[in-house]
Each structure stands twice: as C-alpha cells, then as structure tokens.
Write a protein that binds this ligand. Structure first.
Ligand SMILES: *Cc1c(COP(=O)(O)O)cnc(C)c1O
Length: 472
C-alpha cells in the first residue's frame, strides 16, 4: 500500500512566485476592467478546460479563464440583475482560502463574523432585535427557508407528519419573482396554490385579496402566506409594504418580502429609500448581497423576525453533532439549525471586508447613484424623438424601445436585434423584457462602475443600431 504525500507545495518559493503572478494577474484584471469587456466563448474552450493537461497554471488562467467572464464586472453591463463584484473580494478570497472555515456551526471566529453581518443587515432592514438570519447561496434559497418557517407556523406538525391533505395557499402580486413559485413547489405547497392578486396602480388591491382569501377559505384551503415584492425583477416596482403588513395581520398570514435587490433601497437616499418603507414589519425577508451590494457571488440572506420560529423550522441535531459547553463543539446557535445546509462556506467574510474597506456610506451613495443613472437614462429616452419608455423608471431599472413609431412586431424584432448586437460587440449589455407583448430593451443598473458617460454612450449605440437595423 502506498501512502500519499500531503498536497501542499513541495517547493514553497516556487509556489510563492506562482501565487504572486496570480495576484498580479488578478489586480490587472480589476484595474483594467473597463478595457476588458466580455468575449464570446471560443469553440475550443471546452477542449482547453479538459482535465489533466497540466502546463503553467497561471498562464492558462490568464489565457483561458479571465477573458471569458460573463460581462457583469464591466461598467456597461446592465443585463438581468447581476452584481459587479468588488476589489475587496480579492482580499476576502485570499483570507478565506487559507482558513477554509465551515460555517455549519461550532465555536470559531467566522461564526461571529456571520452574526455581525446578519445583525448589521437586520438593523438596516428595521427588523426587531430578536430577529435571526442565515446567509445563503442567494434569495432563491432564502425564500425556501422563509417559506418553510411560514409553513411550520401554519402546520406545527408538518416536519413530522407532512402536509397530508391540507391545502395551503399563498398570495402575491403580479410582478412576483419565479423564486416564489419554485419555493412553493419545493416545500410541497404547489404552484397552483399561489394566487396572483390583481393590482391597482402597480400595488396589490386589498379588496381583491380579501375576496380571494374568503373564497379559498370557503373551499377548505388554509391561507398562510402573503408575499410582497421590494423591487420587482422586471421593472423595479415596490409593493406598499405597510399596507401588506396591515393585510397580513388582518388575515393572519405570514408576510414575506422578496427584497433580493430592492431591500437595499433601505440604505439609499430618498426618494428611493421610502420605496421599501414598512419592510421591517415583515415576518421574513429574502435579500442578496451579490446583486445590489455588489459583493462577489454568491451570498444571500434569509432574515426571520422571530428566532423561535426560525429554529422551529430547521433545528435538529443528531448525536454526532451534539454541542458542548466549550471547545470547538461549543458556541450556540449553530447555523445548521437555521437552514438547509450542514457544511457552509464563509460568505460573511467578503461582506465584512466590503463594508470595512469601502464603508457603508459608499454603498449608500452607489445604490442611490444607480437609481439616479436609471432616471437619467429614462430622461434621455424621453428626450429622444424615436425612443420611448416602456414603463416609468421607479428605482434602478429602465425599460424602453428604440423606435416607438413602429408596429409592435417590428419594434420587438428591432429591440431584440439591438440587444444581441450590443452583447456580441461588447459595447453594452441590455437584456430584454416584454411590455404588453412588445420586446423592449431593459437596463437593470446594479453596477457601481457605471458612469454617466457609459449611459450616454450606450444610448448612442442603440440609436446608431436602430438606424442600421430599422426600417426607414
Ligand atoms: C434575483 C432575484 C431572486 C432570486 O435570487 P437569487 O439570488 O438569484 O437566487 C428573487 N427575487 C428577485 C426580485 C430577484 O431579483
């Protein structure tokens, strides 16, 4: 039997040299990011990634990895809702790599850092002091965690007995993210038991909600959950969260707020801050650090207003994970009692580094600045003879058409062609969405690197392509 050697470098001075080259390459990438737009994936990239080729690792990373990023680090990227990343992620990545913390629980430093990050966020959101939370892969996972807590409140025996024939029903407005539907499917409520409540002037109609709940109750359903949206993914719209909190109290529902990106208006200036007024009255909030706090992927957070309800949904420790008074097995609470995962990475470190390196005020200014740039984009679109907004700019999302004078089909074709051409050329990234069936260009600005000149240059490129591609 051969006994393997450890996998650490045999020649430390050679490894130091290699690591320093990687650090320089990473710093170049950060400093030069404006000049390094995304590049189409070359045909032979899968070949180049085949395992077992050896060669100079850093050289291969510089040639085959760094150029083929997804674009979201670039200042002219506004597709979907993606985060930019931060220079502090590099520092956090180095520190995190060499302690390799497992955040399932136990008593070590990283656990206390996660608590600090959760507590800071809890305060910003205005949740009560006893509230708890757990960092997640993203808002999708945070939503599952929050909904499970809501389900356990509605059916205290559900962890043991399952849901049986009980038909739980949930309620949300029209702009609700697909993560809500998916979470309801996963926890066994079923997508058909998500009721879409009609809205009036972009906000949930309370009379309609009361009517639908009464209908559901009369057919034997058990209404349990109201989902509010703070920042809809399509248009950046916000439910009236104070009104939803009143409705949830009136009907005995758990109020969950999907604040994946929009929750961060809490630290922005008015008028954007007031969009999320009332969020602190929620029973649970799902939000992301990797979108509008710009922190590297991945990091989301499930916040639950009542810690006892959070634990009731997840706590369970088999004998081999038994806690202790002191030592590494000490420390309580353990995060494995607050979510799905047992082994968990050290997501808090990059959030902590970001806030300590840049300061909260810089994030507040960047978030407000993104909203101001979306407003500027909207203003420029309105000034333009041929372009028109598809919807009012409320927060950080601007949806518009390049040629409002064309029939709907021709508009759709043109807008889709423009989005694609700009993505391929590397000039700017818009995604598209449909407004009353017409495909339009959509900029979701969660990008601390975007400047006014980026917005103006991208609109000039849209104008140029509209002439090139459009009917005369
Ligand atoms: C992105 C998003 C989600 C899902 O969050 P992930 O972090 O991608 O899992 C849910 N809701 C809204 C409004 C979002 O924008």
């Amino acid at each position: 039997m051969t006994r393997g050697e450890d996998l650490d470098p045999k020649d430390w001075s050679a490894f130091r040299e290699e690591a320093r080259r990687m650090l320089e390459a990473a710093l170049d990438q950060l400093e030069e990011v404006r000049n390094r737009p995304w590049q189409p994936v070359p045909d032979d990239l899968p070949q180049r990634y085949r395992i077992g080729q050896g060669g100079d690792l850093v050289e291969r990373i510089e040639r085959d990895v760094l150029p083929h990023h997804g674009g979201n680090i670039h200042p002219r990227f506004w597709g979907w809702v993606q985060g930019t990343g931060l220079a502090s992620d590099l520092i956090a990545g180095m520190a995190g790599a060499v302690i390799n913390a497992n955040l399932g629980g136990r008593d070590h430093g990283a656990v206390y850092m996660e608590r600090a990050v959760i507590d800071w966020t809890r305060e910003r959101m205005g949740l009560p002091k006893g509230a708890s939370g757990v960092l997640t892969t993203g808002s999708s996972q945070a939503t599952v965690i929050a909904f499970q807590a809501a389900r356990v409140r509605a059916l205290p025996e559900v962890r043991k007995m399952g849901q049986g024939a009980v038909r739980l029903t949930a309620y949300a407005g029209a702009g609700v993210h697909n993560a809500t539907r998916k979470a309801l499917e996963l926890i066994g409520v079923g997508a058909d038991n998500l009721r879409q409540v009609p809205s009036q002037a972009g906000q949930m109609d309370p009379d309609a909600l009361s009517r639908i709940i009464a209908e559901d109750r009369s057919t034997g359903a058990v209404p349990f959950l109201l989902v509010g949206t703070a920042g809809s993914v399509d248009l950046g719209l916000f439910d009236n969260l104070n009104a939803l909190a009143d409705l949830a109290a009136e009907h005995g529902l758990w109020l969950h707020v999907d604040g994946a990106f929009g929750a961060w208006t809490r630290i922005a200036d008015d008028p954007w801050r007031s969009l999320s007024d009332g969020i602190g009255r929620a029973d649970s909030i799902a939000l992301d650090f990797h979108k509008w706090m710009y922190v590297g992927y991945d990091c989301g957070l499930a916040l639950i207003a009542d810690e006892a309800e959070h634990r009731a949904a997840f706590a369970a420790r088999p004998a081999y994970l038994e806690g202790a008074e002191s030592g590494l097995a000490g420390g309580d609470p353990w995060y494995c009692d607050y979510g799905i995962d047992l082994s968990r990475g050290n997501r808090a470190l990059k959030v902590w580094c970001a806030l300590e390196a840049c300061g909260e005020a810089a994030f507040a200014a960047a978030i407000s600045g993104n909203c101001a740039l979306a407003a500027l984009m909207g203003h420029e679109v309105e000034k333009h003879a041929a372009m028109a907004l598809g919807a009012q700019v409320v927060s950080n999302i601007c949806v518009f058409t390049a040629r409002a004078d064309l029939p709907a089909d021709a508009q759709s074709q043109l807008n889709l062609a423009i989005a694609q051409a700009l993505q391929v050329s590397g000039e700017a990234v818009f995604s598209t969405t449909r407004i009353n069936g017409t495909a339009m260009l959509r900029a979701a600005i969660t990008n601390h690197r975007t400047r006014e000149e980026d917005v103006l240059a991208a609109l000039a490129a849209v104008e140029r392509l509209a002439v090139e591609f459009g009917p005369r």
